[in-house]
Design a protein. Sequence first.
Length: 328
Amino acid sequence: MLTKDPESTGEADGTAAPASRTGSPRRRRTGPQRPSRAGRIARRREARVGLAFVAPMLLLFLVFRFGPTLGGFFLSLTDYRLSGQWEFIGAENYSRLLDDDLFWESLGVTALYTAVFVPLTVLLSLGTAVLLHRTVWARGFFRGLFFLPYVTSVVLAAVIWKWIYDLEDGLLNTALGWISLGPVDFLGDDKLVLSSIAVTSAWKGFGYSMLILLAGLQSIPREVVEAATIDGASAWQRFRWVTLPLLRPVLFFVLVIEAIGAFQVFDAMYVMTGGGPVRASYSLVYFLYDSGFKFFDFGYASAIGIVLFLVVLVFSLIQRRLIGREAD
């Protein structure tokens, strides 16, 4: 006599296995389920609360950042006078820029300064960060010491370095005189002035990038470096093939912010050289300053600002393609 297996029919616990129309048991759905109505309401409430917290900062950004940007773009399309009267002239200011030799000269000075300043600052920041990362004793003291110039006034740093570069009584020329190499006119020679200002700016600002790179170095897993050491990699090989690839996102960020700062250089040149000699340190922002606050040509100055924004944007996109593409 044949008997039914209670486990197969579900009769052991008093329940029967559900069957479909074809007689096979139904399968439970294992895919993602739609959230319940209560869950959707809770998510919307969380989104509103988050938006309420973000709203003040978002409002300040729109009012003090996005608004002036749009205002500056509109101003670049006008002939705005100091009396408050203005006339819409379209792209005439931009046409003037293309025909202005002083604009191209200041743009070339800015590009040359950027080409000197950015590699110098990044190399100085990266080297200092690597040394601090390997230093165990008094790391906090040296980190604060190297960061100290960043929090000082730009004008103060420019005045100090102007004295250091002084042709007659400067500290650097005095030291060069001890070894019979002086004097050198660092700020009066049109071939040395940009490099001299770049050194001053790099000394002033490398501490910020140093801290960012140091944080990036400390976030690299030690297991990866130890594995490379076990495999017999030298210190340079570990740095070249392990540290630098893992540090690429941080390095890309540092390059972008330093390039933006280089294109906006003005205060150091204003204090140390006044744009000279023979406009060898006459940057694009210096040109903007003279156009707006010396000649009161506000529409033309706004056009210079918009062009500067576009130049920085294009430069950042190029860096993104060359360096940041593999950082994602």
